[in-house]
Design a binder for this molecule. Structure first.
Ligand code: HEC
Length: 124
């Protein structure tokens, strides 16, 4: 019986000891919920634009940009004042004025990748 109490006490104290360590407040404030924008370049964004918009934007005949031509996407947009054509792509996907040839909506993953490309500073 005494042995069991001793064991119980030992386990209790052991658990307490562990608990104290876990109670230490985290000192690392960088470990908060801040989300980090993944770096996306045109190497990844270009194929997404070709897949979703290439049906019409493979020459510069429509909208004056070409999904495989980085420079054309860096031109000033006529539709979105003060933005590049690349940034305007996001506006027009979200406002529904540009969809794929079959009128499908752009997947949220594809849209997020384009947004990450803009947030990365539109690197080539
Ligand atoms: C069915 C053909 C078609 C498809 C598919 C298409 N576009 Fe367009 N796009 C056009 C035409 C036509 C214009 C020119 C008229 C206009 O601006 O509405 C244009 C213009 C644009 C412009 C304006 C450029 C500027 O300087 O402001 C943007 C941005 C654009 N498209 C983005 C997209 C994106 C992003 C996709 C894919 C999600 C896409 N388009 C798919 C036909 C299309």
């Amino acid at each position: 019986m005494m042995k069991n109490i001793g064991l119980a006490l030992f386990v209790f104290l052991f658990a307490l000891g562990c608990g104290e360590e876990e109670d230490d407040p985290p000192q690392d404030t960088t470990n908060s919920n801040d989300t980090v924008t993944p770096f996306v370049s045109f190497a990844e964004a270009g194929p997404v634009l070709i897949a979703n918009c290439g049906g019409c934007h493979t020459t510069e005949s429509k909208g004056l940009w070409n999904a495989s031509d980085y420079d054309s996407l860096m031109q000033d947009s006529y539709f979105c004042d003060g933005k590049t054509k690349a940034e305007c792509c996001i506006v027009r996907i979200e406002d529904g004025s540009m969809s794929t040839a079959k009128n499908k909506t752009v997947s949220s993953a594809a849209l997020q990748l384009l947004k990450d490309w803009v947030a990365s500073g539109l690197p080539e």
